[in-house]
Ligand binder design. Structure first.
Ligand code: SF4
Length: 264
């Protein structure tokens, strides 16, 4: 993995999520290189081969948050804060230390068990939460779409550790891959350790986008019977397939009394 340094880019950025004003990406680019990742479409790095890290990170982040009142900052929007390079560069841990000092909290989304290294910091930052995204119920299929990312086993072990340490946890079942993701099985895997479960569908914007071209090539090779259906379902927000899944999830939610947020 080639690691470059960048110095001019802002670290703190506006966040489009409802509950957050700001987000940071502690790395630019993501070593996990999930083939369906929407961030690939605006990637400035050669994903899977190089990443950028911010120079003078602590000083600049401290300065950028200096005019804000304490609030919850989202981490994990366009890159995984606990991708492998975090073991060396510790940019995410440094960010958490800056936030903890100023009384901020952090909502972190990752696919890596490395996040448990920072349980001590989350415990000192009330209002923080840690989430994992999981899209597949079995390892073989998972590897087709996200082979550089940690296994589900690692993610679930980490969820357990966080939960037993008293850190609020969540799971994103994301993206739901039509006819491939068995949502009910994933819910069963994560429900005992997740305070909240969010479900997001696979949504593609353009047939020229990199993430669609990646997904299509995996489908063509391994699930050729699905390619045509994906062309209709993945590009539509209201395809009957999504309506049916929504209905099924509402039933599961009320039957199992889950804190399930259905974003399909
Ligand atoms: S871990 Fe997240 S940000 Fe990184 S490639 Fe996968 S989906 Fe994209």
């Amino acid at each position: 993995m080639k690691v470059n340094r960048c110095s001019r880019r802002k670290i703190l950025n506006p966040c489009s999520l409802e509950m957050h004003n700001y987000q940071i990406d502690t790395y630019i680019g993501c070593e996990h290189f999930c083939h369906y990742c929407y961030a690939l479409n605006k990637a400035e790095t050669n994903w899977g081969k190089e990443i950028f890290i911010h120079e003078n990170f602590v000083e600049r982040l401290t300065e950028e948050i200096s005019s804000l009142d304490s609030e919850d900052i989202y981490m994990g929007m366009n890159s995984d804060p606990y991708q492998p390079s975090e073991r060396i560069f510790k940019q995410t841990r440094k960010a958490l230390e800056v936030f903890a000092k100023r009384g901020f909290s952090a909502s972190v989304l990752t696919k890596s068990g490395l996040v448990t290294r920072d349980i001590d910091l989350f415990a000192k930052m009330p209002g923080s939460s840690v989430g994992f995204s999981i899209a597949f119920q079995d390892e073989r299929t998972r590897q087709l779409f996200e082979k550089n990312a940690p296994s589900n086993k690692e993610r679930i072990e980490a969820l357990k550790r966080l939960k037993s340490a008293g850190i609020p946890t969540y799971t994103l079942i994301c993206p739901v891959m039509p006819f491939i993701t068995d949502i009910e099985s994933v819910i069963e895997l994560v429900a005992p350790y997740s305070d909240t479960i969010w479900v997001y569908k696979l949504h593609m914007e353009s047939e020229n986008d990199k993430n669609w071209l990646n997904v299509k090539s995996i489908l063509d090779r391994h699930f050729p019977e699905l390619t045509e259906q994906y062309q209709k379902i993945a590009f539509s927000k209201n395809h009957p397939y999504w309506k049916e899944i929504r209905h099924k999830l509402e039933e599961i939610k009320s039957k199992k009394c889950l804190n399930l947020k259905i974003e399909l």
